[in-house]
Write a protein that binds this ligand. Sequence first.
Ligand code: SAM
Length: 288
Amino acid sequence: MSLTEAELERQRRSNVNALRYSEAFENHRRHLTEVVAPGPRSESAATGSLCVLGAGNACDLDLERLSWSHGAIHLVDIDREALERAYSRQSPRVRSQLVLHAPVDLSGVLGRLARWRSLQVSAEELLHTPELASASLASKIGTRFDVVLSACLLSQMHLSVRQALGEGHPLFEAVAYTLTLVHLRTLSRLAHPGGRVVLATDVATEAMAPLRALPAGTDLGLLLDQLIDDGHVFGVVNPRALEQIAADDPHLARELASPRIRDTWLWHNGPERIFLVCALELERTAAS
Ligand SMILES: C[S@@+](CC[C@H](N)C(=O)[O-])C[C@H]1O[C@@H](n2cnc3c(N)ncnc32)[C@H](O)[C@@H]1O
């Protein structure tokens, strides 16, 4: 079985398992929908367009609500069955606005990891991967959007790199950096000039902070700041590190501006697991 097939199988199993916890997603769904939705529901024509990367079962989004503001909603994932489940749950009106793209490997690197693991890679190949892979993904999806959402996908893709290479691999850091650049450039390419990129990611677990025991009314934004200062977040999705990567990369520095944390919330992913999640919002500025 190739690494891509193995990863697809892992994601399939994980998406099927997640179904039984979808009720517990309520708080996560409300916050994620809110950061994407432009404002209160209106009866005027839905003119916006939305692309959701890592949409999976779409249990984390209120597609009915989003369909009032976004006339076209594209769902992208490696797992076609999960997208089909999401599609079949919707009303005929919402379905008519959905476009499914699957299977799409949004990391752009799964097909290369086996070769890279055995060090069959040049510095040049790694250097060019963000540009080539993001261009190829954008052309596969084929259009640009007013809002592009990465729905807790980046941590999952980093997990697959960690599983394939192991943290001790000499290329681990370089490949992790490459993957983040592929993703940020893909998000940027998919957004219309003047559009919005929202990168939502799980940043910490209970092992990093007492998320289940937080007093009511805890300011989760302040908690996130504190956890970042203390180094108690997943390094590969640390929002400050992502902002820095976007600022250092010449393409992204031209195209994306005004990064800010739009919201921070708790995601009860079943009875056992709870994550701190944040949504980093960036504006697509350049006309290119
Ligand atoms: C944490 S889940 C997001 C939850 C999902 N929005 C839902 O409600 O079911 C991450 C999603 O990313 C997808 N994914 C993981 N790795 C991927 C990859 N390399 N390319 C595309 N999608 C991927 C998984 O299939 C899964 O649907």
